[in-house]
Each structure stands twice: as structure tokens, then as C-alpha cells.
Design a protein around this ligand. Sequence first.
Ligand code: TPP
Ligand code: MG
Length: 562
Amino acid sequence: MAANLPALSGGQLVVACLKAHRVEMAFSVAGESYLEVLDALYDAPEIRLITCRQEGGAAFMAEAYGKLTGKPGVLLVTRGPGACNASIGIHTAFQDSTPMVVLVGQVARHQIDREAFQEVDFRKMYAPLAKWVTQIDMTERVPELLNQAFQVATSGRPGPVVVALPEDMLRDMAAVAPVGPYQAVRAHPGAQDLAELRRLVAAAERPMVLVGGSGWSDPACADIAKFLAANDLPACCSFRRQDIVDNRLGNYLGDLGTGAAPSLVARVKAADLVLAVGARIGEITSQSYSLMGIPDPGKTLIHIHPAAEEPGRVFRPTLAIQSGMPEIAAALAALDPIANPRWAAWRKECRAEYEAGLQPTKPTDAPTLDLGQVMTWLRERLPDDAIITSDAGNFSGWPNRFLQYRRPGRQLGPTSGAMGYGVPAAIAAKLAHPGRIVVGFVGDGGFLMTGQEIATSLAEGPGPIILLFNNAMYGTIRMHQERRFPGRISGTSLKNPDFTALARAYGAFSATVSRTEEFAPAFEEAAAAKRAAIIELKMDPEMITTRATLSAIRRQAEMTKA
Ligand SMILES: Cc1ncc(C[n+]2csc(CCOP(=O)(O)OP(=O)(O)O)c2C)c(N)n1
Ligand SMILES: [Mg+2]
């Protein structure tokens, strides 16, 4: 059989395998170490190659593409320098359980361990950052190892896989067949586990469902909503996973993010049963591990996760189930509903608190730009399929608290807390869904980390609408600084460029909003612009969170110190 196969170069085989795994889009910053792969892509119009401007931005785009589509985001970068720049996106894919395949150029095999030009031992470098790292040393093994890469990236708890490609291996010829597509392996819940789950939930007085993690398809989200409605169960979500349950459903209670509503945190603490579906129950979601006891949670905990390693890692569950999200959601939707549940009043009270929190508190000295009102307008304006991306920073409190996420709309945010994510993620989302409204939220700090990818967006065509929250500081850190060292500002003030002029220089649509009433017309103009748009929101720096002013935080810290 092999005799009939054409001999292909390693580079051609890599691209043939990407095609076999049905890759449609890849994100790259070029390097001489993998010219063979770039050249093979020249003949592969099935794969759209997005030429990015910095590997950090490219890696965030690939991660966001993976998060949005559930298919591995593919990233191509060069040896040491490219790999170092890309590492932030790989770390994010790891923490966010996002499928991703990273192809990294490597020095020639006969030069390895000489510390050749840009040589890095990627197995060592990425050991704690990636789910798996490999290097393909024989051209014949390209199909085998790339297949393993796609399998590992998508199976169980998804994550990033790094594949190093020595440049001489990419030049060698081999007559082997590409293989694909990969088939993600996901566990199914057993009948006994489901019966026990139902028994435990039926025995609860104050149950709380916590949904989170990755791997939620639209049908899985519909199934979990069906389960919640049929059993009148209240549900919150983990950090930056607000798009799993339609926020308009009476069962939805809000998110356990950095700006979680204190009332919700109190409810989760008061619950006598937590049913965690997909969430890791990580540091942010568990509110610094304060929600439950460790290791005994002090309540019934049912922990369902795609990876066998996760339940019991911190909180010891009463019942642990390994399952993929579509599998568990379908099984829960098919469960016999619990008749006359005791928790109807509890669910209603929790929901009433969430709804009350949607009303922005009136700031004492009415600012000229009232972000609460802006968010309320957006909540009503955005269609059901809008994609919202977010960077890391305090500004994200506004969309997270006041927007209402739903499917097929999405929320794409870094649970890793990586700044620089919002703009590239929005660009990738718009490339994946050019017909949908994509809005990227970013602070002035985060924008200058990866904002140059606006050039990538403009080169590719349709672009997202970026809302740039300018408070002239690393606001999140200033807030922490005021709490610990009130009045001693160090390393957190920013002198910014003229963002409107900068956006214009890129060729983007650009607008500045300083007053509430200017927002709606600016947004409509941006939506009609059909290319990347940047709307700078000139913030009142006092409005450091949706709930507190900077001076109130400082005063409180000074009083505690005195
Ligand atoms: C890559 C990276 N560097 C540093 C941090 C630490 N950090 C978290 S939030 C933040 C400030 C964000 O500033 P900005 O984007 O202006 O948003 P703001 O908090 O002012 O709303 C910093 C420096 C981080 N999370 N990620
Ligand atoms: Mg800022």
C-alpha cells in the first residue's frame, strides 16, 4: 500500500494531517524554522491562515477559537522567541480547559542540545503549561503524533498540546498516509451514579447547581436548562462561564467571578447540597476556597467533571462522576423530575436577589458617563447570538454583572485572568462568525498589551466592536493597592496615547464616548462600519467597581489601619 503513496515532505505531511483533522483556520506568526509548513499551506486553501502581529495575540486567537467552536485552535509559531511570546495563550488554554494544538518550529535534529540559535527544550519549557508536549523526530511519525496531539487536546479535560517540529524533519520525505479526523473521548455517566445523584438531590432542602468548565455544546446547554426547569433548581455559574445557562431563565442566579454578588456567595455557603457540573471549583469560583470546607465540604457535594483527576482534588465529594458535558446534560435532562420540590421558595428568593442586582446603583455624584445605564442599553440591544469577549480587569465587572448571556450567544473570557485576551479573542470570534455581532471589552491597560492585532483584523475584513474602558490606570491593582497601602500609588498610574487617533491610524472605526447619551449612536455607527471599531469610554476613575468607589475603598482601608 505504502508503495502507491506519494512521498511528501514533513511540512506537506503536517498540512495534510491538519486537513485530515478538518482544520479550517490557523493562526500564525511566521518563522524560518517552519517554512515547509507555510509553503504547504500555500497549496491548502481549505485552511485559512491568519497572519498575526505578535504570538501572544495569535495564541489568544487560537485559544478563543477553540473555546468558541470546541474544535482545537491551531497555532503556528517559531522556535524560542515565538514560543516564549505564545506561552501566555497556552497557559490560558490550560487553565481554561480549551482544546488547542500548537506547532512550534525547532532546530535541526543534528543541532539539538548545542544551544543552537533559538533552541529551547520545549518538553521542559511547557511541562507545567501544556497538557502534553512532544517533538516529532521522524517524518514517518507525523500522522501518528499529530493524531495523538488532536486526541489528547480534545479528550477528557481538553487542553493545549505543543508539538515541536525540527526543521530538517520538515524537509525529509516520507510515503505515509495522513490520518484523521480525531475522535474526542468522553466518559458517560452510569445508571447507578444517576440514581444516586437523583436520590441526593431529592433529599436536599437548599440545593445549588454550579455549572462551569469547558465542552458545553449548544444542545448540552439546552439540556441543562431543561433539567433545571423540570426540577425548579437554582443555578449559578463559575468564573467567566456565564453563557452556559440562559441568564433570563428564572433558575439563573449569577456568577461566582471576581465581582460575585455577596448575596449569591452567601446563598452558596448556605446551600446544603452543591451539584457542580463541569466546574473545577477553582480559586476564583470558590471565592479563595471559602465556599466550602476543605477537604470535607460540610455539605453534600456532587462533583461532575470530564477528568477523573479533578473531583476530590480539593473538596471531597459525596458523589463523583466522570462525564463529558453533552453526556451528563442529556442524562440529567432525561431524569425523572423530582415532584413538588421543597426548594421552590429558596429558588425564588435567590432569583429575586439576582434580579435586584441587575439594577445599577445610582452613583452619588452622577457621572457624565453612567456605565450602568450603558450596560442596560446593551443588554437590550444585543441579539441572542452576540459574542462577548472580555479581557482581565475591573472594567469586566460591568458586562459580567449587567449583561445577560445566553445561547447561541457566547462569553469568551480568560479564566486564567490573562490581560491581553479581549481584543484577539474578539477578532477570532468575528473571523469564525462574520455575520454575528462581536463585542470585545478591554481596559486601557489590557488594550496596549495586544491591541496591535487590530491590524490583523483590518487585513482580514470584518472586525469586532471593541469597548475600551479608559480609567488611566491598572485599575484592578490600584484597588488592591488602596486596600493594603491606602493613598500610596505605586506602579499603577498610566499615561495613555490618544486612543481615538491610534484607532484611526490603524484604519479602524473610532469614537470617544464621554457622556451616557453618546454611547448608543457610537455603538450603532460602529456596528454599521463593517470593520474593526474601537469605542473609547472615558471613565470616571472613581468608579473602580460596579459597587464601590476608589475613595470609599481608601477611606475604609485608612479606618481599618487607624
Ligand atoms: C498579563 C497580565 N499581566 C498583569 C496582570 C495583573 N493585572 C490584573 S488586572 C490588571 C490591571 C488591568 O488594567 P486595565 O486593563 O486598565 O483594566 P482596569 O482594571 O483598569 O479596569 C493587572 C495589571 C494580569 N492579570 N495579566
Ligand atoms: Mg484601566
